[in-house]
Design a protein around this ligand. Sequence first.
Ligand code: ADP
Length: 236
Amino acid sequence: MLRDTGTDALLTARELYRFYRSGDEEVFALRGVSLSVHAGETIAVVGPSGSGKSTLLACLAGLEEPSGGEVRLGGQRLSHRSERERTRLRARQVGVLLQSGNLLPHLSVRDNILLPQWAVAGRPATSADELLELVGLGDRGHALARQLSGGQLARAGLAVALANTPDVILADEPTGELDSTTEQSILALLTAQAAAGRAVVIVTHSRSAVQRADRVITLSDGIASADPVASAGRVS
Ligand code: ADP
């Protein structure tokens, strides 16, 4: 059953709708999706291509506005605010790891981490050195992002997502292009973030990610259902 009522949730979506209009046609990407993610939880969002996964993640991150419904971060409403306010809330509370990558290619890995930290004054940020060590890139801080291998890019992207010690981490296919060893290490880093008290949502096609998740939400034509198999199939 979907836990969608918890007031202690770090992230809540209620009855999210998102439609796109192209010409005379309307495409419903999300049709009333509700979910709550609590501290310490990792949720995997699965479903076939076109089922609404990326749209859901973008709405949860405040990168897109839902057409209806509400997203809340802790006690604060994220949706139906100006883009500027959503950006401010996201910068402080959400770490986003997008499929397209979240690094500027011409900057060093270290500067990519420092950039979001400079943007948020007063937030107790983890140091860039600590983050580089955490993701196993202690010796690559000065490398330009464009010089990194695929696995290193994924690690660096995670370090950037964690730059402002977010409460919520949202990852869209973070292991899609990776070999299985790197995939396992990225998944271990993400679930360790949940174990440290954050809420983690991973959009994924990966069986390993599903196995590591506490709960699985399956999207089908923009409608969500919880997967009871998730906890049974869980591996540590
Ligand atoms: P998934 O991530 O599961 O592949 P998406 O969230 O990308 O699914 O897309 C869900 C549906 O919304 C699809 O039918 C897709 O074509 C449509 N869609 C997504 N983004 C747009 C957009 N910007 N304009 C029009 N249709 C879109």
